[in-house]
Design a binder for this molecule. Structure first.
Ligand SMILES: Cc1cc2nc3c(=O)[nH]c(=O)nc-3n(C[C@H](O)[C@H](O)[C@H](O)COP(=O)(O)OP(=O)(O)OC[C@H]3O[C@@H](n4cnc5c(N)ncnc54)[C@H](O)[C@@H]3O)c2cc1C
Ligand SMILES: NC(=O)c1ccc[n+]([C@@H]2O[C@H](COP(=O)([O-])OP(=O)(O)OC[C@H]3O[C@@H](n4cnc5c(N)ncnc54)[C@H](O)[C@@H]3O)[C@@H](O)[C@H]2O)c1
Length: 440
């Protein structure tokens, strides 16, 4: 079968590419290996189910109810993703593992047979998979989960150990503690949230500890084995912990193992990410890679913006370049949320900027009275010479929303004085910027 385009993987990047190419009457094949993953990680096991769990846990619903709604919403969204593409007259969806036979020929083994598909253009959107660190006994022990398999449990574990204090470790710690589990976070680094502003990290640690989460730093897990309670972890500091369930959240690596890249000219970097140029074309002509599989930032908005960049190159005016992507914010959906964009104070210092900083506690806002939540603080770093915002780190109510306002100001070189003097509705959280940017 010949196609104008083939996507390997059905993540949100592939979805956007297939939809837009089909609008231009390109004949597109989408290959997804897992019939529970149409729409990719975000829809099925990532952003949406976990943010829903965070939301419903905070509303006080018990685990079983949260899981029931999670499963319903995931199934509904997956079905919409599948039907939207399958019912498109220009798109064929194949369910099976896609692997290259050559640069432009992909084999897909479905339950109805094996097909050889030839594509003028190929888009690799196969995402990433959790790292399993080489910890003695980890593979063999029972009750060990990754972020996907933990969500499948039909009951809440009474005690949950988490290896890794990154995005997944923090979000799951917050959600499962809110749901009522006794959570212990084992982080091998000697500092908590080491890449964040220290004031923010300290405040987050306190909030999580107040929630009952035990945070163990310098805790390199060395051995995992079955125990009476479920699973036991020995760490480098000589401690032994026992849990009903253990979540491994030690980073993700690009998912390329089944692609048979050896049959192609596609190269990977030292971390296994697919190498691309400014237009996201791989080292094989007319073969592109988008999203997590590139091994860089792993967020849904990166895979969809990668797709937008590729589409600009193929269907638009072709002016976009990867290196010209503007500021990329992120949010960690704990309770309350943390978000960041741009440089930290330490990074601004290392880059030699002359800068000013300010920190404003959430409790100083009227909004905190309204919502009865004083937790958190907002921090800004601004360039003293040209008055532009270099970075902000936000912890507290609305941080995950307001970071996008900061990104817009930074992308458009709006001076911090504009935010300081901006007329803002009342009583809302954005009013904090009037004070945060009052730096003179
Ligand atoms: C628990 C969790 C929470 C997250 N929360 C957020 C969040 O709140 N916000 C955010 O922005 N990001 C979040 N992320 C990250 C986000 O989900 C990913 O960055 C994003 O989904 C990556 O999209 P992608 O298109 O690159 O890959 P994916 O969405 O992973 O899609 C890849 C698809 O390819 C399929 N596939 C792989 N190999 C093959 C093959 N050989 N043949 C056929 N199909 C194949 C896979 O089954 C998968 O469906 C979260 C991730 C996790 C795990
Ligand atoms: N809100 C969001 O946008 C969101 C939420 C969840 C996940 N994600 C994405 O998913 C990806 C994967 O998340 P993640 O949390 O697994 O990765 P991560 O890179 O965010 O964190 C991994 C953590 O595990 C620790 N670690 C690694 N090996 C360890 C070991 N052997 N023992 C103890 N600790 C160890 C690291 O020090 C690090 O703190 C991230 O890249 C993130 O972008 C995003």
């Amino acid at each position: 079968m010949k196609y104008d385009a083939i996507t390997i993987g059905f993540g949100q990047g592939a979805h956007k590419i297939a939809r837009d190419l089909a609008k231009k009457k390109w004949k597109v094949a989408m290959i997804e290996k897992n019939d529970q993953m149409y729409g990719g990680s975000c829809v099925n096991i990532g952003c949406i189910p976990t943010k829903l769990m965070d939301h419903d846990a905070k509303e006080g619903h018990p685990y079983e109810k949260v899981k029931e709604r999670r499963d319903q919403v995931v199934a509904h969204n997956r079905e919409n993703n599948y039907n939207g593409m399958q019912n498109n007259e220009y798109v064929d969806v194949y369910t099976g593992i896609g692997s290259f036979k050559s640069n432009h020929v992909v084999e897909v083994a479905t339950k109805d047979g094996t097909y050889e598909l030839e594509g003028t253009y190929i888009f690799i959107d196969t995402g990433s998979v959790p790292n399993m660190p080489p910890i003695d006994g980890l593979k063999e022990a029972d009750h060990v989960y990754n972020s996907t398999t933990l969500q499948e449990l039909d009951h809440l574990p009474a005690t949950l150990g988490i290896i890794g204090g990154g995005n997944i470790g923090l979000e799951f710690a917050s959600i499962y503690a809110t749901l009522g589990a006794k959570v212990t976070l084992l982080e091998r680094s000697d500092s908590f949230m080491e890449h964040e502003e220290p004031e923010i990290a300290e405040a987050v640690q306190k909030v999580l500890e107040d929630k009952g989460i035990r945070i163990q730093l310098n805790a390199e897990s060395e051995q995992v084995s079955n125990s009476k309670e479920g699973v036991e972890v020995k760490t480098s500091d000589g401690q032994v912990y026992s849990f009903e369930a253990l979540l491994v959240a030690a980073g993700h690596k690009p998912q390329t193992a089944e692609l048979n890249l050896e049959a192609t000219d596609i190269e990977v970097d030292e971390k296994g990410g697919i190498k691309v140029n400014e237009q996201l074309e791989t080292t094989a002509e007319k073969v592109y890679a988008v999203g997590d599989v590139r091994g860089k930032l792993k967020f849904t908005y990166i895979t969809t913006d990668d797709a937008a960049l590729v589409l600009d190159h193929l269907l638009g005016n072709g002016t976009r370049k990867l290196s010209e992507r503007k500021h990329v914010p992120y949010a960690i959906f704990i309770d309350p949320p943390v978000a960041h964009v741009g440089l930290t104070e330490k990074e601004a210092n290392e880059k030699g900027y002359t800068f000013l900083t300010n920190i404003v506690p959430v409790k100083s806002t009227v909004r905190s009275n309204v919502i009865n939540d004083e937790r958190g603080l907002y921090k800004a770093v601004v360039n003293k010479e040209n008055e532009e915002i270099l970075g902000v780190s936000l912890f507290g109510d609305q941080a995950h929303e307001l970071v996008n306002m900061m990104k817009m100001a930074m992308d458009n070189h709006i001076p911090y004085t504009y935010l300081r003097d901006q007329v803002i509705t009342h009583p809302v959280m954005s009013e904090i910027f009037n004070t945060l940017f009052d730096l003179s």
